[in-house]
Design a protein around this ligand. Sequence first.
Ligand SMILES: Cc1cc2nc3c(=O)[nH]c(=O)nc-3n(C[C@H](O)[C@H](O)[C@H](O)COP(=O)(O)O)c2cc1C
Length: 483
Amino acid sequence: MDDAKKINEVMVSLFNIVLKIEEKAIKESTIHDLSITEMHTLDVIGIGNGRTMSEVAQRLQINLSTLTTAINKLVKKGYVERFRIPSDRRIVKIKLTKEGIDAVKEHEAFHDELIRKALGKVSDEEIKSLIVSLDNIDTFMHMQMAKPIRDERDYSLGIIDFQNLHIKKALFQGGMGVGISLGGLAGAVAKEGGMGIISGSSIGFDEEDFETDPQKANRRALKKEIKKALAIADTEKNRGMIGVNIPYNTEDYREYVKTAVSEGAGALITGAGLPMTLPGICEREGYENIALIPVISSLRAARVIIKNWQKKHRKRPDAFIFESAMAGGQLGFKESELLRARELYYKTITDIKTEIEDIPLIVAGGIFSREDARNAYVYGADGIQLGTRFVTTKECDAKESYKQAYINCKEEDIIIIMNPQGAPCRALANKFTKNLRGTDYDITEALVKAAKGDVKNGLVFCGSKAYKAKKIDTVADIFKEFI
Ligand SMILES: Cc1cc2nc3c(=O)[nH]c(=O)nc-3n(C[C@H](O)[C@H](O)[C@H](O)COP(=O)(O)O)c2cc1C
């Protein structure tokens, strides 16, 4: 039998037999009144503060009426309960009862033990290479959700020359706040020919008056960091660009835009909302040569921005950054959408690129290796943006303890927490995240603590592949690897 046939046979057989073993295990356990589908539903509801019906339906990819029938049964059996939230009595949520939580835990333990036993006679080395192979197969299967639009042999991260965006190498370094991508890192990236991005988020955290007059402290620090970045980048004649990332929900957004441009930034990058007023601000201030780059998480967002900017300002974005569900920091998806967004990653890239045509598409989130970048290219990325990879560089502005936290972390340490607005964020599990109760906390304070080096009690953002970081690189190493 040839290898492909054999592997196909094993995969199909594994899929079937695991389902049967699961069924049998449930029947023989204390939760024998549950079907596999019901167990899966309990899993999705999860051990937490409850979810809305539409969140669960979305995750399970079934319609609301099918879910309602299923939940009625689970309520009758005593595994799920409905409740109203005190702050808005109109909203009904569902959560697991104690019996439901025990069932999910028992089922998790079953899976864990099954795999452990199955791997009992396999050596550590073999397990390591098995994980790599399975990971590759998983990536390949995800790629089957869309049709490639380019040949992988043509992969290149070359020049982008579009409207106000002029870079020698289509490699962006993501804006990382608070205090992770400042002038040092952004300058080094621009010097290599890429787009170095200073994060404007609470950038004045180290200034004396940050507590008393944060706006003033932030603007002063922003000026300093842009100067520093330009001084580094200008040592190279063929340099790339310096951009500033200003979240759209920043108080006094317009003032930061003005500070960034007047100090010499060439690009403005904005996420955390659709930056509808950005071209208007630039028009009024007479900024004609600045690249305006929105960060988006869907085709719909790209469409809305293009239509609105065109109608009101006759302006098209100079590029879009599509940030996927695998990125670090605050994500542009609801928690219930994360899994589906990951499944549709390649399809979303293709859909966006096909519609936005000549506007450069930069893809971010979960790109760790040259192969990841090439896969994004094949499906439509004109360039890539890396966050996590640049944290563990010599030039990164983060404290040494921050970089080491990446190098020492394991895959299971990378978790999703909710920000105070209820949006998911990817971060490293530590004392801070363990002690989190709900969303009533000061996120800026937590990020500043980590930026100052306290990576146990502060909030450390990271991308989904941070566990792959093994050493400190230089920015030049990363350009060599990806270009
Ligand atoms: C430590 C950290 C902080 C981040 N902070 C911001 C931010 O303030 N604003 C933003 O738009 N994106 C932020 N991001 C997202 C990055 O800019 C980038 O798009 C993303 O991390 C890319 O995914 P990767 O880390 O898997 O490469 C942050 C990412 C990290 C890892």
